[in-house]
Design a protein around this ligand. Structure first.
Ligand SMILES: [Zn+2]
Length: 308
């Protein structure tokens, strides 16, 4: 877990959220460039794609993306990397974060999307590295871990929907999904606090929330804020990021989030505004929770009736 450093997160994020990536709009050259960077970093770590597919890419066809928000989008790719478990390789923990963002506006201003969701993108890369280092040290996880960098989140959670309809490992063997979408900033009501919002962790399995809490207590000790678990919350965040496509399919999921801040979906969501220490702690929490999910004796069970 010590390999997850604020310096590495910063180095990756300044590239993922650079102007060169042109706001990573679904199917754009800029998004593909960001994807190539991610893959080159995975190759450096020695982390490959799942053996069930031919490359790091799962192509989401243009016809599937369809016309959304008054626009048509070219084909685009989910990017998948994988660390195979030793004892229960067929049981999969999915860690997800979207690497698309909203591109540019009519005036040509770039929406860098450093927090949304550059932060989740680089967190996944660092978590993968930590698992890979453990594996190299002879401590590979018992279960397998799939790192799912999804496309087309911003146009309606489309990349994750495509994945759950075309999973590369059966959803029945998918133990849990931890989804990261914005973990590098603070919202106005939590400025200065070591916190993170955790959303949906008790909706399908009573153990997921407990495991996340125990992992947190044993490591970074963040304040876990469950405000958005309130079904009457007007933001309805449980339905607004990629974990929901897993939850809909009865896969227990938790969504890690920093709140809605002043630069949300603005050209000012830039990497200089990220709190890298806090990003590191939140990334370490997701790693610790994933580690426990991958290594505990029994897989977590779905013991709460879905109320969708
Ligand atoms: Zn997002």
């Amino acid at each position: 877990m010590e390999s997850i450093s604020s310096a590495d997160l910063k180095k990756h994020l300044y590239i993922i959220a650079s102007d060169e990536m042109e706001g990573r709009e679904t199917g754009s050259e800029g998004q593909k460039r960001a994807g190539k960077y991610m893959i080159s970093e995975y190759k450096k770590m020695g982390v490959s794609h799942p053996n069930t597919i031919e490359s790091f890419y799962q192509t989401v066809p243009q016809e599937y993306l369809g016309a959304r928000r008054g626009k048509t989008y070219p084909e685009s790719e989910n990017i998948l990397t994988f660390i195979e478990g030793t004892e229960k390789p067929h049981e999969i923990i999915v860690l997800s974060a979207h690497y698309d963002h909203v591109g540019k506006n009519k005036a040509g201003e770039i929406f860098n999307g450093a927090d949304d969701d550059g932060s989740g993108t680089v967190a996944l890369m660092e978590i993968a590295e930590a698992f890979q280092l453990a594996k190299k040290a002879g401590k590979a996880p018992k279960r397998s871990v799939l790192f799912l960098h999804v496309t087309a989140e911003e146009i309606g959670l489309v990349g994750s929907k495509y994945y759950v309809e075309n999973p590369v490992f059966p959803l029945a063997n998918t133990v849990a999904n931890l989804n990261i979408d914005m973990i590098g900033r603070s919202d106005p009501e939590n400025k200065g606090k070591n916190y993170v919002y955790v959303i949906g962790s008790d909706k399908l399995s009573t153990s997921l929330k407990k495991i996340n809490e125990a992992s947190n207590a044993a490591t970074v000790n963040l304040e876990l804020n469950y405000k958005y678990d309130d079904p009457n919350d007007p933001e309805m965040l449980y339905y607004r990021s990629d974990h929901y496509n897993f939850a809909k399919n009865n896969v227990p999921a938790a969504f890690y989030f920093d709140g809605i801040h002043e630069d949300y979906h603005r050209p000012t969501d830039t990497p200089d505004k990220i709190d890298y220490e806090l990003l590191k702690k939140r990334t370490q929490l997701v790693f610790a929770t994933a580690w426990e999910l991958a290594n505990r004796e029994e897989r977590i069970v779905v013991d709460v009736k879905s109320s969708r």
